[in-house]
Design a binder for this molecule. Structure first.
Ligand code: SAM
Length: 237
């Protein structure tokens, strides 16, 4: 073994290894895991009794998102372990798999920050030629049940992300005009309206420099919703 490989070596499983699922008890999700929002959603009394959706789409009062998406205990396949050149930092892991099932196997309150770039509800099928081997990678952004089907799929994952975040943690959700307004409402129900740090607008312009070429305006920005688990304790480092 050369000194170079010793330098880059990380202990534990290596790329391609399957790691047995950790022992964990399947949780019983209950309504108290969602923020108290009764007051926020209650319409003025002069409107009478108006039913309101204060729970995220897909949520079951007794079993949470596990009713629609039961737990599957999967081994992790280690795709990559990356060292960031600092001896005190644990090597980070890149894990393959459906993120819902991977996340359910991770411990609660263990993560500082989550950034996601999920499918945007664009109604498109994406095929991308990737890497030197011209590998075809694809994913579908077409949803059975339209917007509600998409939101239910996303909500189950957002809920799991909330469980994984530390009390001082934060989450950044990247989306665009296709679903951003609907995602905001669902995130308010899961993370709490008052925990929005900001709605970040990523203005990326267009190949023509961001100007509309005719009489029609062009869409030139994405949206990133930033929430803290407890905005009162949120600190930007
Ligand atoms: C908008 S793309 C993000 C692409 C990525 N940020 C990049 O720059 O390559 C959405 C990605 O989410 C992945 N995805 C969709 N469903 C997933 C799931 N259940 N678990 C993990 N990844 C998923 C898709 O394969 C796709 O790569």
């Amino acid at each position: 073994m050369t000194s170079d490989s010793t330098e880059n070596e990380v202990s534990g499983p290596v790329k391609g290894d399957f790691v047995a699922p950790p022992d964990y008890e399947d949780r019983d999700e209950s309504a108290d895991a969602l923020p108290e929002q009764e007051e926020f959603w209650r319409p003025p009394v002069r409107f009478g009794s108006v039913p309101v959706e204060k729970e995220p789409l897909g949520w079951d009062r007794r079993r949470g998102f596990r009713k629609l998406f039961p737990s599957v205990s999967l081994p992790f396949q280690v795709a990559e372990r990356v060292r960031f050149g600092h001896s005190d930092l644990e090597p980070n892991r890149l894990l393959w798999g459906d993120n819902l099932h991977v996340m359910r196997q991770l411990p609660s309150e263990s993560i500082d920050l989550i950034y996601i770039d999920p499918p945007f509800f664009s109604g498109r099928q994406y095929n991308v030629i990737f890497g030197d081997q011209n590998e075809l990678r694809s994913f579908s952004d077409i949803w059975e049940g339209g917007m509600p089907g998409y939101l239910i799929w996303l909500n189950a994952r957002l809920y799991e992300m909330k469980r994984l975040l530390k009390k001082t943690g934060s989450i950044f959700v990247h989306c665009d005009w296709h679903a951003s307004h609907y995602i905001k409402v669902e995130m308010d129900k899961i993370f709490g309206y008052e925990n929005l740090i900001d709605q970040i607008i990523w203005h990326y312009g267009t190949p023509s420099g961001g100007r509309s070429s005719g009489r029609k305006p062009v869409k030139v920005h994405d949206v990133i919703f930033a929430y803290a688990i407890n905005y009162g304790t949120y600190i930007l480092y």
